[in-house]
Design a protein around this ligand. Structure first.
Ligand code: PLP
Length: 389
């Protein structure tokens, strides 16, 4: 164990289950430890470094912006922030953008918009949220309160009032839960932390129809599924259903802290001056990088390649025909291998072979490699997995 791990163990809060590995550099799909050992990264820092580590074009933009301007506060306008908002609206259904720093903050903002929108429209009785069981929306109180996994609530209750959870893809529960008191329904098109479970198209379509009819806002949490991860810029495009509010973060600035809440003007206008704010939200460094990220990721050919690589990876894993594997599912390069048994030893086996993955559930290994990975790396991963399953 090197000195970085030792120092970390001594001084860092113990809230993460960390591997005893310290990385000092990263390039593309690779991370390098303090001892110079190379790892193939099939995590992208949990779906963050979609363009890989230290992408040269992003490094250049970051350096340029670092020489120009770091921070002004949101009492003023900056070019990177205005440009990024423009780009996000051009690439989505949205017309206005609010910037924060993390996924949970974007979710907090979306929940606040929903309540405030009801308030502005004299529907103060519409205060409830409907969310899905097995969802994950973050660790701050609002985001935690709509996270449908009780293990995360333990010791933190009471949570926010007025949240109803329904099972994913349950049309009857959806219909029954969306009553007069509900201001918003929040969903992830694919439940990422929950173990990579894509929602069914008819469920998402029904959600849209009911929300529209009953004047309930539909919030999509695309913090994990966005920025090209599923082969589209945002996963809602697979469903042909636009939300009222879209939350984006993680890969938006490829590793710099940034999140965005995107909506039409009518809905975003619920945020009057003074109703919500963030000191660092939309800082020039992260926004300058994000403009370039969107330019690179929204390219049609790039996205088609993501779809193809995801398909090849999924097919090769399924073709292993291992009795231990229950299924390989997901979209684009957001994939899960579900095992019939606990997968800890397979996860550790991959780690020994210097491949990083995540284990969102004891029997599920999640694969979120950088979208720039190549076919040789796909083969290397599958060959390594083959020796373990
Ligand atoms: C779908 C989703 N929402 C929200 C979050 C929370 O993001 P953050 O950790 O940046 O607060 C995550 C993080 O994994 C996520 O996957």
């Amino acid at each position: 164990m090197g000195y970085i791990v030792e120092m970390g163990e001594l001084y860092l809060a113990g809230n993460y289950r960390r591997e005893k590995i310290a990385f000092v550099t990263g390039r593309g799909t690779r991370l390098f430890t303090e001892d110079g050992i190379e790892y193939l990264d099939f995590t992208s820092g949990i779906a963050v470094c979609n363009l890989g580590h230290c992408h040269p074009a992003l490094v250049e933009i970051l350096k340029e912006q670092a020489e120009k301007l770091w921070h002004t506060s949101n009492l003023f306008y900056t070019e990177p922030q205005a440009k990024l908002a423009k780009k996000l609206t051009e690439l989505t259904f949205g017309e206005k953008v609010f910037f924060a720093n993390s996924g949970a903050e974007a979710v907090e903002c979306a929940l606040k918009i929903a309540r405030r929108y009801a308030f502005e429209n004299s529907h103060s009785k519409k205060f409830r949220f409907v969310a899905l069981e097995n969802s994950f929306h973050g660790r701050t109180y609002g985001a935690l309160s709509v996270t449908g996994q009780p293990k995360y609530w333990q010791g933190f209750e009471p949570l926010l009032e007025g949240v109803t959870f329904i099972p994913p893809n349950d049309l009857k529960a959806l219909e029954e839960s969306l009553n007069d008191e509900v201001c918003a329904l929040i969903l992830e098109p694919i439940q990422g932390e929950g173990g990579v479970y894509p929602l069914k198209k008819d469920f998402v379509e029904k959600a849209k129809e009911l929300c529209e009819r009953r004047k309930i806002l539909l919030i999509f949490d695309e913090i994990q599924t966005g920025i090209g991860r599923t082969g589209k810029l945002f996963a809602y495009e697979h469903y042909g259903v636009e939300p009222d509010i879209l939350c984006s973060s993680k890969a938006l600035a490829n590793g710099l802290p940034l999140s965005a809440v995107i909506a039409k003007t009518e809905i975003m206008s619920a945020l009057k001056p003074g109703t919500h704010a963030s000191t660092f939200g939309g800082n020039p460094l992260a926004c300058a990088v994000a403009v370039k990220v969107l330019e690179l990721v929204s390219d049609k050919t790039f996205l088609e390649e993501v779809t193809l690589k995801g398909k090849v990876l999924k097919e090769k894993i399924s073709a292993l025909g291992s009795k231990k594997i229950k299924e390989c599912r997901g979209m684009g390069l957001l994939l899960a291998i579900e095992f019939h048994e606990p997968a800890q030893s397979i996860y550790e086996g991959l780690l020994k072979k210097r491949i990083l993955t995540t284990l969102p559930k004891p029997n599920i290994i999640r694969l979120t490699p950088p979208l720039i990975l190549n076919y040789r790396e796909i083969d290397f991963f599958v060959d390594s997995l083959k020796e373990l399953v």
